[in-house]
Write a protein of this length. Structure first.
Length: 333
C-alpha cells in the first residue's frame, strides 16, 4: 500500500514538474516573440524608405489588389490568383488583411512580414521540440530570432519571410506525418507545399532532400503498405468531386480563362490534377494514399496560378534567346 502511494505521488510530482517546465518554456518563447515584434515595428516606424527594387514592385502589385478584391466573387478571386504575369500571388493576397486593418500604406503591407517572423520563430520552436525536446526548440527559436537575415526580411517587403514560414510549416508537418502514415499531417504537408509554391517557385528546392530522406528511411514500410485493391466506385466518386470543384472554379471565369495560353483546356487540366487528390482522400488512410493525396493537394493549390501561366517558361526561354543574340553569349534555355 505504501509502495503504491509513493508511486502515485512520484507520478503526480513528475506531472507537476513537467507542467511547470512547459509554462516556463512558453513564457520564454513568448518573450522572444514579443521582443522580436517590438524591434521590427520600431524599425519600420522609423524607416521612411522602401529598400530594394523588387520590394517596390511587390508593394505596387500588392496595392493593385485593393481594386481586384473590392467585391469578393468567383470572378475577383480568379483574377486575384491569376493577376500577376510573372510573380506568384501568395504575398499580395496574404497582405490584404493587413492593408485593410492598418491602412493601404507601405507600413501596412510590411506588417505581414512582422507577423510572419513571429510565426517562423514559433514553428522553429515546434520543430525543435518535436525532433529533440523543448529546450532544443527554445534554443533554436532564440537562434533564429537573432539571425541578421531574419531581421532584414521582417523589415523589408520581400517574399522570403513568407517562404521561410511555409518551409518551416512543411518540415514540421513532414516530421509529424511519421513518413506519411498520419493523414492529417500528410495533408498539412501538402497544403503548405501548395501555399509555398504560390509564394515562390523555389519552394521545392528546400524540401526535396528532407522528403527523400524520409522516404528512404520508411522504404520498408512503404513496401509493406501496398496500394489498396481496385476501387472503381471510389474512383468514380473522386472523378465526380474533381469535376465539381474544377467546374465551380472554371465555369464562372471561362471567358477570362480564354485569355491564357491553355484557354478552355484549363478546365480538363484542373480536373486531371484534382482527381488523384480526391481519389487518395477517398481511399483508406495508408502511406501511399496519404502521399499521393498530399502531393496532389499541394499541386492543386499551386495550379491556381501555374496552370494559367504555363507560358512563363516559354517566355523565359524567349527572353534568354533574345538576350543571348544581343550579347553574343551562350543561352542556357
Amino acid at each position: 500500500m505504501h509502495s503504491s502511494s509513493a508511486y502515485t505521488s512520484s507520478v503526480l510530482n513528475s506531472a507537476s514538474d513537467s507542467r511547470r517546465s512547459f509554462t516556463i518554456v512558453i513564457l520564454l518563447l513568448s518573450m522572444i516573440v514579443v521582443l522580436n515584434i517590438i524591434g521590427n515595428l520600431f524599425w519600420i516606424q522609423q524607416n521612411i524608405v522602401l529598400v530594394g527594387r523588387d520590394a517596390s514592385n511587390y508593394l505596387k502589385n500588392t496595392l493593385s489588389y485593393r481594386e481586384i478584391l473590392t467585391d469578393l466573387s468567383p470572378l475577383s478571386l480568379f483574377h486575384a490568383f491569376t493577376y500577376p504575369q510573372y510573380r506568384t500571388p501568395g504575398l499580395y493576397i496574404a497582405a490584404q488583411p493587413f492593408l485593410h486593418l492598418f491602412g493601404f500604406t507601405m507600413d501596412g503591407a510590411q506588417y505581414l512580414n512582422v507577423a510572419l517572423s513571429a510565426v517562423v520563430i514559433v514553428l522553429t520552436y515546434c520543430l525543435g521540440a518535436a525532433i529533440a525536446d523543448r529546450r532544443v526548440g527554445l534554443f533554436a527559436a532564440l537562434l533564429v530570432s537573432l539571425l541578421p537575415m531574419m531581421a532584414a526580411m521582417a523589415r523589408l517587403f520581400y517574399t522570403e519571410m513568407f517562404l521561410t514560414a511555409a518551409v518551416a510549416a512543411n518540415l514540421l508537418a513532414l516530421h509529424k506525418s511519421d513518413g506519411f502514415a498520419r493523414r492529417s499531417w500528410s495533408l498539412a504537408w501538402g497544403v503548405s507545399l501548395g501555399v509555398g509554391l504560390l509564394v515562390k517557385w523555389t519552394m521545392p528546392i528546400y524540401l526535396w532532400l528532407p522528403v527523400l530522406w524520409v522516404l528512404w528511411r520508411k522504404r520498408s514500410d512503404f513496401l509493406r503498405d501496398r496500394w489498396p485493391a481496385w476501387q472503381g466506385r471510389r474512383l468514380l466518386l473522386a472523378l465526380l468531386a474533381a469535376f465539381v470543384i474544377a467546374t465551380l472554379w472554371y465555369w464562372p471565369n471561362r471567358f477570362q480563362a480564354e485569355t491564357f495560353l491553355l484557354g478552355k483546356h484549363l478546365w480538363p487540366a484542373w480536373i486531371l490534377i484534382l482527381t488523384p487528390a480526391t481519389f487518395g482522400l477517398a481511399l483508406p488512410s495508408s502511406r501511399w494514399t496519404n502521399l499521393v493525396a498530399a502531393v496532389f493537394v499541394g499541386l492543386s493549390i499551386a495550379s491556381l496560378w501555374y496552370l494559367p501561366h504555363a507560358d512563363i517558361g516559354i517566355q523565359t526561354c524567349s527572353c534568354g534567346r533574345s538576350s543571348a543574340q544581343r550579347t553574343g553569349g551562350r543561352r542556357l534555355c
